[in-house]
Design a protein around this ligand. Sequence first.
Ligand code: IVH
Length: 714
Amino acid sequence: MYSPEKEKELIEKTRKLLELSISDIKSIEDARAIVEDLREVIRYHDWRYYVLANPVISDYEYDKLFHLLKDIEKKYPELITPDSPTQRVASGLTKEFPQVKHLAPMLSLDNSYNEEDLRDFDRRVREATGLDVVEYSVEPKFDGAGISLVYEDNLFVRGATRGDGIVGEDITQNLKTIKTIPLSADFKSYGIKTIEIRGEVLIRKDLFKKINQERLEEGLPPFANPRNAAAGSLRLQDPKEVAKRGLEAFVYQITYAVDDEGNNLLGTKIRKHHESIKMLYQLGFRSPYKEIKVCKGIDEVIDYCYQWQEKRDEYPYELDGMVVKVNDISLYDKLGVTSHHPRWAIAFKFKARQATTRIIKVVFQVGRTGAVTPVAKLEPVEIGGVTVSSVSLINEDFIREKDIRIGDLVLIERAGDVIPYVVKVIKEARTGKEQPIVFPKNCPSCGSPLVKPPGEAVWRCININCPAQVVERIIYFASKDAMDIRGLGEAIVRRFYELGFLRSIPDIYRLPYDKIKQLEGFGEKSVENLRRSIEESKHRPIHRLITGLGIRYVGKVTAKTLAEHINCVEELKDWSVEELEKLPDIGYVVARSIYDFFHNQQNLKIIYELKELGVQTCKEKQETVEHLFDGKTFVFTGGLHCCSREVAQEIVERLGGKATSSVSKKTSFVVVGENPGSKLRKAQQLGVKTITEEEFIQMIKDHIPEDLRDKVSI
Ligand code: IVH
């Protein structure tokens, strides 16, 4: 934590340092003075960036400061200190992890699942302490990998995994790559010489999704959940790889603290848990400072736990419950510990996101790119309020690694909006009747032999006319994220394919409406609606058409990037791989895939046929983005009357703004609809401007893009 004056001073210092270059450093005395300043400002900017998520300099400027420090340290290695920000990424491989003894045992927590359990816990605490009303602090229970950090004389000297609770693995080098773990902190100002802190290493949910998507595209098995991803990353042998995983750390408990004379400070100088959390925050750590609540008595505790259970999905990190701790640390000794857990704390566990069920059979689905995915059909089971009846088994390697068989009892996890995943097979439940899963040699749709390109984990059908692929491509083309053709959903596409009406994407624009009218389930009106939405789709912005083409690795984000740099879709046939790679967020693999797509005659034929049939392949006038909302970020909460949330978000984007799902200090407006959620509260807390739906409509009403007008009623 920095005072406003200190921040001003540091920003001023930053500006001066940014003007310097290595050639200005003429002597070691010069260097010594500047190195100190550089480290101080870099630490400050790390804190703004990683802890507050609100940087005050650009990435470029930050890199410049960092490189200057590195250059000076290279010239004068004697000035390197172990807490210099340059020491975060160690260069050598760790090979193995030595064992270290924790200063205090790393205990786990007793669990509670409902109000009654919490009341029992409170009764036990009251009986043991003789208090009528106990003060508790309640904070989230982070679902990551537990860690223990030791600081001595202000320096981070050791970090370890939990291990068996008494001895853990020394992963100091890996932990040093995590920017939310300060390499030094001013514990001395609190009279602390040696301190041990417990915390959790986590990966943000959105980043986790991205990592998994990349792993799937590379043919690697995805991680089951953010916890496994964090734990796996922490134990990587190369700290440089660890640094790339985007790990973060929250600290939530001081388990050991002594002064220069070896006096214990816990319960004496450090008296209240919530104060220790604040102290850690002020020293530059990520701690649940904003999330923690001090509750007087168990009723408030119960309320707060249930409040968080409701909003756990909105929180950027995975939580598996709340932790209720007696706030007065001096009572810890009196309450004591069992062999496994302290009696002064308890976990309140949220509804489980795992369940066991049986695999009934396995089917093989052919996707639009020809990839064959094994899918297990399950005995339906409820997980976190959703019924799950099938789960992807990813690929052949995954099945083999986990030794999954038909008839097996399996543990399934569904974390948040992440797709369900097989965590493990309950082998103990096997009867001997389980059947191995046999991967087909031929495409289940067209019968052609499947191929597995070298280095890939996925079997593919490479017959471009394979019915399953064609159907999937048409379904995708018409889907909401692509051309958004209402009335042309999955079932209708399959039916029209069977009837021979739809054998390619352009056939959508040649449908025999006369014949369709005579089909069962179709009336004059529904056919007219279908015809109308197909006609409308001819004038969609071209990024939707690009998405709809189903180019491998090109989702709606990349499609938008491409659309920003061209006028007509067909122009892409003239782009080289190198040119494509220069576009933001497009690497070699994606560029190559786009290039290959536009160098395939069949694909070009589809584009030209679509053009012939009246589908807009070039930008129309209304597509040129208006700049009304340039630089503005909108968040919507609650129901809207004018239109769907997706349409409102698209309007914001088409007018140059951004629509995001969570409120931060950077949000310009929170649009409040009917029955708003917790985002409204968050906006009020952060002082973000809130507007009503009417006010939003006033802003946009003269600027709604033409092709969206019929989706808005005002
Ligand atoms: S306190 C002596 N607070 O949950 C008790 N633990 O199931 C120290 N955890 O091993 C733990 N969030 O890895 C505490 N806010 C929190 C936590 C938390 C997550 C983990 C921790 C612990 C496990 C127990």
